[in-house]
Design a protein around this ligand. Structure first.
Ligand SMILES: [Zn+2]
Length: 349
């Protein structure tokens, strides 16, 4: 066990039974508060014996389904129903969450590209300090981890849960696959060989990759997005959260009064660059598909118009690969290089 080189002060006793809430205190000296700290909300709900489970949201601050589902769980869950320990962080990158932005307004940090973090991170690098504390103080305690994401303001997803397959450890993968099915999102997304959206490769820069490398049963989500929530995406988030905990044996019985039966997810995977469509130029994007459509290679994805040049023909953009178009940019304004859509192909097993 190495020394924890973090300035974060933790207010909760991880060994105490019952429900505790408080703030991890990250010292932050600024022009408006010389001796201040950033308060990262944390809850621990412990009872009986069972696994320790990390539940996180607000890793990206503009992804809301998980944030709402987790603050509801903290308020509503009776600790007597728990067998084990839940460590809940509903606003993991708190500065980003409070700013409703993907990245931190303080240091521009993208928490889910910052693992394993930085020991002794100075005040002006809070994102690296949060990643280090999670990687070294929190995640090593956990047998399972659920980190709840969505598309944020600039992408929208068919509600999906996702797992990684980056080792040949079949027993570990099979446990994750069973949990993915139990979560019951419409799409179960299996990432093989590193996350393409995180630049590929196997360096564990995301919280799920890091937890995977420590042997935890890990799962992420892409529950919706477009900078908003809907009743449908929230229902999938909350149902999936409770299904996941029930599957792990941490909850005795299902605490939702009348859970809708979860569907068998459609299992898909996302491979290399040809799964993605990016804008070749700036302009106004008119999609030629709806989220969730089946598309074929060569199908039209949409048009990019130059509204101030009505005689100029729009630039047509095409899907390079067929599949289910389960991610779409919901914003009309595009710049060259923006992701407009990506597809998933049925997982071959
Ligand atoms: Zn995210």
């Amino acid at each position: 066990m190495h020394e924890l080189r973090s300035r974060i002060i933790c207010p909760v006793d991880f060994e105490k039974a019952g429900k505790q809430t408080g703030y991890l205190r990250l010292p932050f000296s600024s022009d408006v508060s010389a001796y201040g700290w950033i308060g990262i909300p944390i809850a621990v709900i412990k009872n009986g014996t069972g696994p320790t489970v990390y539940l996180g949201a607000g890793n990206h601050g503009d992804e809301y389904e998980g944030q709402i589902a987790l603050v509801r769980l903290i308020r509503e869950l009776d600790p007597a129903r728990v067998q084990g320990r839940l460590i809940v962080l509903p606003a993991t990158n708190t500065p980003a969450t409070m700013n409703h932005s993907r990245t931190s307004p303080i240091d521009g940090g993208n928490l889910n590209r910052s693992f394993p973090g930085e020991p002794d991170a100075p005040d002006h690098r809070p994102t690296a300090a949060i990643a280090y504390y999670l990687a070294n103080a929190i995640i090593p305690m956990c047998e399972a981890l659920l980190d709840m994401h969505s598309g944020g303001k600039t992408l929208d997803y068919v509600p999906s849960a996702l797992i990684r397959r980056d080792s040949k450890d079949d027993a570990h993968f099979k446990r994750k696959l069973a949990a993915l099915r139990a979560f019951g999102a419409p799409i179960g997304y299996i990432i093989e060989g590193g996350s393409p959206s995180a630049g590929g490769g196997s360096r564990p820069v995301t919280i799920t990759a890091l937890a995977d490398s420590l042997g935890a049963l890990t799962m992420g989500t892409e529950l919706g997005g477009a900078g908003t929530v809907t009743r449908t995406t929230l229902r999938v988030a909350q149902r999936g959260l409770y299904n996941f905990l029930t599957h792990l044996g941490v909850l005795e019985g299902h605490p939702l009064a009348a859970p809708a039966p979860a569907p068998e997810p459609r299992l898909v995977t996302v491979g290399g660059p040809d799964y993605y469509v990016h804008a070749p130029t700036r302009g106004a994007f008119e999609p030629a598909f709806d989220l969730g459509d089946e598309v074929a290679a060569g199908d039209l994805c949409g048009w990019i118009h130059q509204i101030d040049e009505p005689d100029a023909p729009p630039r047509e953009v095409y899907f390079a690969r067929g599949g289910v178009a389960f991610c779409k940019r919901p914003i009309v304004a595009v710049e060259r290089g923006d992701c407009l859509a990506h597809v998933g192909t049925d997982w071959a097993g």
